[in-house]
Ligand binder design. Structure first.
Ligand SMILES: Cc1cc2nc3c(=O)[nH]c(=O)nc-3n(C[C@H](O)[C@H](O)[C@H](O)COP(=O)(O)O)c2cc1C
Length: 303
């Protein structure tokens, strides 16, 4: 009999454990076919950022290594929502774990159309609304950097779907707390944070703007989660530089209910499985039966 129960319930999503991939950093099909990864072990699969229409993404270089992270300038390359539904989701659905579709839009109406469409698809367990995208009808200012605009998108999506709604916040704001409060008031069931931190790299004499991720942003992510957790009552999926079990504990410490692993997958494609193994081993070695007990132990300062 398996006495270890690592499940967490976040905003109506029941996950068998609190560890999932972060959007855009993990190709489940490749991991399954090339690495033989047992995807059924994950808490959830989060899809790559999906837009209404297919997008070719930005020209190369799209990824730039920095001393403690990387800057990406991918530009949301993806085949569009219909191709996701027809070509990708059926594969992902065979593992019996929740599938969270990361939705990106450039107008409010695009978010709404995608939410309505995905609401009809039985494979989809929840939506993660990426509000870091530029609002082309609003001077290209990201939806997530304005309290009112962020709330409007979430309210509109909330009306378009009954699926659990995760809203992914950008750290590129002066004060994240009013935005977190506004999206929760507008209907977010869960907050995920953080998206990448605005930054630049130089290429052939040009300055290219992208998003920084990886270990460099872990203290920023923890700081912002710590602020948001005190301001809202919904669960938080924490991400930003996690690559070790200790990192996961540090996110639990600031109040995350679950965690997502992004950039670390590029360095070690098996990191998700290794972290799951380590979490299970840690629980068994310390006689812990569930995540609440893990958190209690960490808070007690004995992790
Ligand atoms: C190459 C790359 C692509 C990403 N694509 C998306 C995306 O499509 N949608 C999204 O919401 N976040 C995207 N992100 C952000 C990550 O999901 C995550 O929020 C961020 O990288 C912080 O976590 P990490 O430090 O573990 O990577 C991307 C990040 C990287 C590095």
């Amino acid at each position: 009999m398996n006495l270890l129960d690592l499940s967490v319930n976040i905003g109506g999503l029941k996950l068998k454990n609190p560890i999932m991939n972060a959007s855009g950093c993990f190709d489940p099909e490749q991991m399954y076919r090339v690495q033989g990864m047992d995807l059924s072990r994950l808490g959830a699969i989060v899809t790559k950022g999906t837009t209404l229409e297919p997008r070719p993404g930005n020209p190369q270089p799209r990824i730039w290594e920095t001393p403690s992270g990387m800057i990406n300038f991918i530009g949301l390359e993806n085949p569009g929502v219909e191709a996701l539904i027809n070509d990708k989701l059926p594969f992902m659905s065979q593992f019996g774990i929740p599938i969270i579709v990361n939705v990106s839009g450039f107008t409010l109406n695009e978010y709404v159309q995608m939410a309505q469409r995905l609401d009809e698809v039985s494979y989809v367990s929840g939506l993660e609304i990426n509000i870091s995208c530029p609002n082309v009808e609003g001077g290209r200012i990201p939806f997530g950097s304005d309290v009112q605009i962020a709330a409007n998108v979430v309210r509109a999506v909330r009306q378009a779907t009954k699926l659990p709604l995760i809203v992914k916040l950008t750290p590129n704001v002066t004060d994240i707390v009013p935005i977190a409060k506004a999206v929760v008031e507008a209907g977010a069931d869960v907050i995920s944070m953080i998206n990448t931190v605005r930054s630049v790299f130089d290429h052939k004499g040009k300055i290219v703007q992208g998003g920084l991720s990886g270990p460099a942003i872990k203290p920023i992510a923890r700081c912002l989660i710590n602020q948001v957790v005190q301001a809202v009552s919904v669960p938080i999926i924490g991400m930003g530089g996690i690559s070790t079990l200790q990192d996961i504990f540090e996110f639990f410490q600031v109040g995350a209910s679950a965690v997502a692993i992004g950039t670390a997958n590029f360095r070690n494609p098996l990191v998700l499985m290794e972290l799951l193994d380590q979490l299970e081993k840690y629980c068994l070695e310390h006689g812990l039966a569930n995540i609440d007990q893990v958190k209690a132990k960490i808070k007690g300062g004995k992790a």
